[in-house]
Design a protein around this ligand. Structure first.
Ligand SMILES: NC(=O)c1ccc[n+]([C@@H]2O[C@H](COP(=O)([O-])OP(=O)(O)OC[C@H]3O[C@@H](n4cnc5c(N)ncnc54)[C@H](OP(=O)(O)O)[C@@H]3O)[C@@H](O)[C@H]2O)c1
Length: 179
């Protein structure tokens, strides 16, 4: 960058989802999803870091899909699991520089990404997922990141799912998310 910006807050949010069984969903779409969700987020974070200093914050948009594997959303879920792991490691690396990294685990939101996704063959479980209040999510996740928290998950339902996914074998959890 020619100018030397002082980046106080990075919200790495861009992401796409491709639904469907791995062998049925097109390969190009799934590889493009890996490019944006994994390589894109990694690149943006790497490019911004030289311009961040003590007190700066990095928020990576992850997902509750990162907590355990999700059939029919398998590659998406894996891209978000990458980000979850990336955030934990990077946060530790940047502690000495006073930069906090916060993984924001979003539940179901009524955004363009999910347009028409409910009531389709592969999203039966998602029909029952509580909808996240986007305004609350934005303000509370930012507050959590400012407090130095490592992650933020909104809502009792998703927090409980996180607890289950942390404590049960994923070979068991995956049976429920496959319903
Ligand atoms: N919606 C949910 O239920 C949900 C749940 C968990 C996690 N998330 C995550 O939340 C984030 C935001 O998604 P959303 O729900 O707000 O969906 P969205 O409305 O479809 O927004 C997707 C965002 O990604 C950007 N984007 C898409 N393709 C891109 C590309 N090739 N290069 C650069 N930017 C690109 C879009 O930019 P343009 O507008 O310029 O195209 C847009 O800002 C994503 O990381 C998603 O995985 C969403």
């Amino acid at each position: 960058m020619e100018t030397k910006p002082d980046i106080k807050l990075l919200i790495s949010n861009a992401g796409v989802v491709k639904r469907g069984n791995f062998d049925e969903a097109g390969l190009k779409g799934q590889l493009d999803m890996c490019d944006l969700n994994v390589k894109g987020a990694t690149a943006v974070t790497h490019l911004c870091l030289p311009y961040m200093k003590k007190g700066s914050i990095i928020m990576e948009t992850c997902s509750v899909s990162a907590f355990a594997p999700n059939p029919h959303l398998n590659v998406y879920s894996a891209t978000k699991a990458y980000l979850k792991s990336f955030c934990i490691g990077l946060r530790q690396e940047l502690k000495s520089r006073g930069i906090n990294v916060c993984a924001v685990h979003l539940g179901w939101m009524n955004t363009e990404m999910n347009a028409g996704a409910r009531n389709t063959r592969h999203t039966d479980v998602s029909n029952f997922l509580p909808e996240v209040n986007v305004k609350k999510l934005a303000s509370r996740s930012l507050a959590a990141a400012r407090k130095g928290r490592a992650s933020y998950t909104q809502g009792a339902f998703y927090k409980f799912y996180h607890l289950l996914a942390k404590n049960l074998p994923h070979t068991l959890v995956v049976k429920f998310s496959a319903m």
